[in-house]
Design a protein. Structure first.
Length: 278
């Protein structure tokens, strides 16, 4: 059963512990206006700690994932209301991207079509990303006289080699899903008609993992990139100790199933979390 936000800008379904969340402005290629940004944060908050949600997938209705920010509503109309309105719109958009970056559950971007400019914010916020081979990615801001804002330049530098990031930002040319995968913008590109099946397959693998360990791992990968090796080493030790305080039985059960029960091998899959006490 599909649930939509009050103004209809976001829609979602929950099926077998996967929340399929969608940008829902297909007539606008799912560009993000202030209403969508507010409603997306509300949806994310509503789903984050639900027991029937183990993985969140972010996709788009129609032929687009998200064409970025709504030039009319997010820029022109907001700027006409003054600096306060602009700052509020920025806080709302960056706010839900930030919430998604540090989300409690694993997140997957399923890029079914156009992904431009501001769309790179939630793209980077998701832990994993899969795209249709013919999806289109672009930093088109340079074509209408601004720099790739909203974190898009940072995203390009984080995900791409320097020369590719510079070319992508300066030239304003689109690349397809295959190229996006080759460059590292997404994990994989597959034919559109197999995209949802592939994402479902990945989500089902994640659903079998220990959720406390997944959250600690998600955070660690994002945090250690800006740390020195020694600082990262210390952070990871403390992160594991913190995870143990939330789930002291998890790793013990995994070790038991490997050493004592001999029912699984760590290199070949996850331990059976359904047998874990508590």
């Amino acid at each position: 059963m599909t649930t939509t936000s009050p103004h209809g800008t976001v829609a979602y379904d929950i099926v077998d512990r996967i929340a399929w969340v969608r940008f829902n402005r297909p007539e606008k290629r799912n560009c993000m206006n202030p209403t969508l940004n507010r409603e997306m944060l509300e949806v994310l908050e509503a789903l984050e700690f639900r027991d029937d949600v183990g993985v969140l997938v972010l996709s788009g209705e129609g032929s687009a994932w998200s064409a970025g920010m709504d030039l009319k509503e997010y820029f022109r109309e907001t700027e006409a209301k003054g600096l306060g309105a602009s700052r509020q719109a920025q806080r709302e958009s960056y706010g839900w991207w930030r919430r998604l970056r540090w989300y409690q559950k694993p997140t997957i971007a399923m890029v079914n079509g156009w992904c431009f400019g501001g769309g790179y914010g939630p793209l980077f916020a998701c832990d994993l990303a899969f795209a249709a081979e013919d999806a289109q990615f672009g930093l088109s801001e340079i074509n209408w006289g601004i720099l790739p804002g909203g974190g898009a330049t940072k995203v390009a530098v984080e995900l791409l080699p320097f020369r590719k990031a510079m070319y992508h930002a300066m030239m304003g040319e689109n690349v397809d899903g295959k190229t996006a995968a080759d460059w590292g913008l997404v994990n994989e590109a597959v034919p559109l008609d197999t995209l949802k099946n592939r994402v479902t397959q990945v989500a089902n693998v994640l659903l079998k993992k220990n959720p406390v360990a997944l959250k600690a791992t998600k955070d660690a990968v994002r945090r250690v990139g800006v740390l020195s090796y020694d600082d990262a080493e210390d952070y990871l030790i403390r992160a594991q100790e913190a995870a143990n305080s939330y789930d002291n039985e998890g790793r013990k059960e995994g070790i038991k199933q490997f050493i004592d029960d001999k029912t699984f091998k760590p290199g070949l899959g996850a331990y059976d979390t359904s047998k874990q006490a508590g």
